[in-house]
Design a protein around this ligand. Sequence first.
Ligand code: FBP
Length: 549
Amino acid sequence: MTKSALQMARAAYEPKVPKTLKGKSVKIEEGRPTESISDKESIRKLFPNTYGMPVIQFVEGSEKQEYPPVNAGVILSGGQAPGGHNVIAGIFDGIKGMHPESRLYGFILGPGGLIDHKYMELTPDIIDEYRNTGGFDIIGSGRTKLETKEQFDKGLEILKKLNISALVIIGGDDSNTNACVLAEYYAAINAGVQVIGCPKTIDGDLKNDMIETSFGFDTACKVYSEVIGNIQRDCNSARKYWHFIKLMGRSASHIALECALQVQPNICIISEEVEARNQSLDDIVQYIADVVARRAADGNNFGTVLIPEGLIEFIPAMKKLIKELNEYLAQSEDEFKRIKRSHQRAHIIDRLSPENSKIYASLPETVARQLTLDRDPHGNVQVSLIETEKLLAEMVGKRLAEMASTGKFTGKFASLTHFFGYEGRCAAPSNYDADYCYSLGYTAAGLIGFGKTGYMSSVRNTTAPASEWIAGGVPITMMMNMERRHGELKPVIQKALVTLDGGPFKAFAAQRDSWAIRTDYVYPGPIQYFGPTEVCDQPTKTLRIEQAK
Ligand code: FBP
């Protein structure tokens, strides 16, 4: 395979790790028994074997520990995130360091590989090929939900056949919830298989007091910020376009917020704020149009608008509409599919409640169609397919035309739209993600070595130099609460949305009015791998602000 010069140089990069992890010997310190963040009794009952375990921290030991060889399995679950290959390399090096005869098996294309018995052994040559590279292509990823007893039993067959006694599931909040359910089940039936989770998602919404950030968020935000910065420079050079830029992030707006902090755009919409303020689509359109008009009054007919991917579902009125659409499509999908495409819109308008029907009828044709496309395996609207950036650009254009007719807008408005998501998910990991991911994997191996199950690998204090990072494990049940899913109360890891009283949002809110009017763009440039630490190793602004508490 032909490699670029950078790929070859990166292959030789040795990730920085906490000094406790690679010391002569490692031991564990256990904290007090833990509780779940809420619904304690319900979760205790559902997880009798894995509830209440202590938080674990690795510390330097004095005696060299002996470990037997272990066969471990690994699964990549859900959307790609930069650094996944380094998590696997960390697990591999960790278990080989414990005993050279240990083996690592990768299940192919996500949790489905475990159920369908599709796997490969990850040998030293394969691992070396993928160190410090982006993507999940070493074994592939998938979105099959691992949640039924039949699936767990089917998985156990292959684990037993390969003599695998520990499984690492690398995924987001849902996949780690499922990892915990699996850990509990295998513990309950004495299957002899430990299950460990690793926090992955570019969306940044798997985090809490013990998990500072999910891996991939750092690199993805840096890639998007580079490109937005380039657009802003173009925008400030030609001075003739408004750029509407949608950024990935299924629910939470962490990516949009982090990019805003990095590039200082004229406008950034935060979904969580829209919901908290009960704003309508019309309110958002008016807000953007007013900023465009104010800038135009200063002779600036250009600007940038950042839009989080999940916005549409956070606008309370749209949320109600989507809920009714979901119910209708779940019950009458076949009927709907039989209707001629050109009549589908009118058909939906006739069937919705008057309030939702009115909103649906007001949407541009393309967006109305996108809202009725196939749902994902979890029954969710595939928000990455909804062109919110086009919807807003179009609606703002119309509003400005109305404002022009009453003299409230005297400038010019030409818009361009962009969506940044897939461009960043497989980027070569930043030094931060390369180090963090390798440490997460190595920590997962340590948890395996100490016989733990139902834990998530945790590496903290990551705004300090890597040697001072704190590695250990957090019981997954500790992050859980009960939530209604598909009409049933289920134990799930609580998703971390942007909080309006959190430091990152406050830092943004304090400056946005000035960024709106002035042209205060920052141009972050591309991720750097070689050079001074302040250029190459800086964590996200979100993390730095959060850790400055
Ligand atoms: P995960 O939560 O699985 O990490 O995936 C996140 C994400 O990248 C979202 O930002 C985006 O909405 C979604 O995946 C896209 O999904 P798909 O890869 O199936 O198109």
